[in-house]
Design a protein around this ligand. Sequence first.
Ligand code: MG
Length: 173
Amino acid sequence: MLSPKLQDALNEQINAEMWSAYLYLSMAMHFQAEGRPGFANWYSVQFQEEQAHAEILRNYVNARGGRVVLKAIDAVPTEWKNELDAFQATLEHEQKVTALINNLYAMAEAEKDYASRARLDWFVNEQVEEEDNCRTLIDRLKLIGDNGLALYTLDNELAARTYNVPSPLATAE
Ligand code: MG
């Protein structure tokens, strides 16, 4: 059985992952309107990935005989100055998510809930990848500066990103 405290914290994390999804959908819509279809595509894929993160947690709470309780999703920002600004905001957000995951992990450890700790390992590793992806794009955008052709090339590259279910845990009920 999940403790009520850990169940509440996992429900909070489900909400945080859905907020992330909503944030990245907002970024996708922003870049769609700005005429950056590749950036819009990158964030649309990110939107789907975040929904999968929430699904992994929902499946886990259900598998432990817990109760998923969905909460309101807070409003998200809608405008960013440019591509670099959006990716810096993304990195900052992912660093906050990493801290949330670390807190959950510490809670699972303190409660000796080893099943929760094991499931959270997936998220610990995922956060390393999320932050690394953002840093790589931030570095490239800094190099690009105001070079329109280089930005156009990156937009084309990001248009090729496709969504893959990040883990079988996101589909198994
Ligand atoms: Mg996430």
